[in-house]
Write a protein that binds this ligand. Structure first.
Ligand SMILES: Nc1ncnc2c1ncn2[C@@H]1O[C@H](COP(=O)(O)OP(=O)(O)OP(=O)(O)O)[C@@H](O)[C@H]1O
Ligand SMILES: [Mg+2]
Length: 510
């Protein structure tokens, strides 16, 4: 009889073990699968949105802050995938084991439930503190990252003014602040772990005491004790995991709100609303244009008019800060005018959208960047099917072809991050070649040849004039090469209505 009992218990325990292993393997596989799928989807959609935001968004924030906000994707992905799958699987196990425990003994089930209740209470009490600390830690991590990236980007200036120690100190301060927050979080975790170990330890003692009493009174058999212990262990482990995951899901709110800051920002609307006519005229007309960076900020300019005929080259000159680059960006569809209208070939630019910008109409703007990749990849902007002959023609027009041929691997020469190994003038001509590669009909050039010597500049201007492309050239310098049809001062573009002058004009333009 006793032998039968031992065999029955052994079989029962083995079945339980097999079920546990199968369940945990399935759970791990499901978590890995869901997290891979979900992570990519979430990351892709956030980055897609981020890349479609107005440049204003990035001007107002530090790159480190944007990067750490984007990092929240990883946390969300882990918690959502792991959490959601585990919550579902654990709930099933908890319900099953609780039902079995209730069948065996409602008293023992009540003991386990009470212990879990205390565990939830502990979590609740400590949660709001943990929430605030986690939120603060993320903000501090963003400061640290920003400090690091800023120091690296400005390393030349830092060395020039021997400010290495200051920058190091700045990073150390940011790191210590973050570590302090992290230490507080760890303190919470240690306290919580100790408290819960104590609660579950006491439950174990109570359970043994109650079980021994039940066996002595003959209410319980050894087999029942074994089975109950196994169910209790499963129930406690899964309930703890379930509660931990539920609270982790609540912490997700912090990361969700950090990501929301990106997601809630409206994307630039570049989609075309009409089909581009095949014979679109390469003219550009700006009427009553006004722009300000934010509703409460002063206007950069108001009532700006400009009409450039097909094939014409207009040079716009003006003092620093009067709004020339702002105008160039608006003409290239980067940013929404506050008032007024920009028409290409007589059709509003907004309606033509991405059908013209980047192909029919390109440009070189101040602060434009090259990317890591070969010279060819940069000229063709990583075109999947690059037209090498066209890229060479663009490089020739930009007066950079000869220099490229002299590079170690010609058009295949690799350029590091932001092509920092090139001279400023070489970078500008490469940017110009990139703008010419799509064979545009309108070119907007904002100080695009400012780093060239006069001879090179007039060589480039001559080559561009020969292409017959409509050009809006923004420059501080007068054109001495005589390749410009019209030279205008920026302030001459502003309509002199009583409302427009002098109060509403940008100070720099007066
Ligand atoms: N993100 C921004 N937020 C607020 N003001 C800005 C922002 N970007 C530029 N400005 C301001 O807008 C004005 C016009 O800037 P813009 O870059 O168009 O001048 P610019 O004429 O091109 O000058 P420069 O000849 O020096 O290149 C400046 O006063 C500048 O400080
Ligand atoms: Mg400028």
């Amino acid at each position: 009889m006793d032998m039968d009992l031992v065999i029955a218990i052994g079989l029962g325990m083995t079945l339980l073990l097999v079920a546990q292993v199968a369940m945990s393997s399935y759970r791990s596989w499901l978590v890995a699968y869901v997290s891979t799928k979900l992570g990519l989807h979430l990351g892709v959609s956030v980055l897609k949105h981020l890349l479609s935001l107005d440049t204003k968004y990035f001007q107002r924030r530090h790159i480190g802050e944007v990067a750490t906000r984007f990092e929240s994707v990883k946390f969300m992905e882990r918690v959502l995938a792991t959490g959601v799958v585990e919550v579902l699987v654990d709930t099933a196990v908890v319900v099953g084991t609780l039902a079995m425990m209730l069948l065996f003994s409602p008293l023992f089930a009540a003991l386990s439930l009470a212990t879990c209740g205390i565990y939830v209470g502990l979590r609740f009490v400590l949660f709001s503190g943990l929430f605030k600390l986690s939120d603060a830690q993320l903000a501090f991590a963003s400061h640290r990252e920003s400090s690091f990236l800023e120091s690296l980007r400005a390393v030349q200036s830092v060395q020039l003014y021997s400010r290495q120690a200051d920058r190091l100190g700045h990073w150390i301060n940011a790191t210590i602040t973050e570590q302090n927050a992290s230490l507080h979080i760890q303190k919470h975790a240690v306290f919580f772990r100790s408290a819960s170990a104590l609660v579950f330890g006491l439950e174990g003692i109570l359970f043994l005491g109650m079980a021994a009493t039940a066996i002595m009174q003959g209410a319980f058999s050894i087999g029942m004790l074994f089975a109950l212990t196994a169910y209790k262990a499963q129930f406690s482990a899964r309930v703890v995991s379930l509660i931990d995951r539920t609270f982790e899901l609540r912490l997700l709110k912090i990361h969700a709100s950090r990501l929301n800051e990106i997601i809630n920002e409206p994307a630039r609307s570049t989609a075309a609303t009409i089909t581009r006519p095949a014979n679109l005229e390469a003219s550009i007309e700006v009427k009553g244009l006004a722009y300000r960076h934010a509703p409460l900020e002063p206007f950069v300019f108001r009532n700006l008019d400009l009409h450039v005929l097909p094939g014409e080259c207009v040079r716009i000159m003006g003092p620093s800060g009067c709004g020339k680059s702002t105008l160039a960006r608006l003409m290239l569809g980067l940013g929404e005018p506050t008032q007024g209208d920009i028409r290409v070939g007589g059709i509003p630019l907004r309606q033509l959208g991405d059908q013209v910008v980047g192909s029919f109409m390109t440009g070189v703007l101040q602060g434009d960047q090259l990317l890591s990749g070969s010279v060819l990849e940069n000229i063709t902007f990583f075109d999947r099917k690059p037209d090498i002959a066209r890229a060479m023609r663009a490089a020739e027009a930009a007066s950079i072809h000869e220099e490229i041929l002299r590079m170690p691997m010609g058009y295949q020469t690799f350029l590091g991050e932001m092509a920092s190994t090139l001279s400023a003038g070489e970078r500008q001509r490469l940017l110009l070649a990139r703008a010419l590669y799509p064979q545009p009909k309108i070119l907007v050039l904002d100080e695009a040849t400012a780093n060239l010597d006069l001879k090179k500049e007039s060589e480039v201007n001559g080559a561009l004039a020969a292409l017959g492309v409509t050009r809006i050239v923004i420059s501080h310098r007068l054109d001495i090469s005589q390749t410009t049809d019209r030279q205008v001062k920026f302030r001459e573009l502003l309509r002199r209505t009583p409302a427009a002058t002098p109060a509403h004009l940008n100070k720099a333009c007066k």
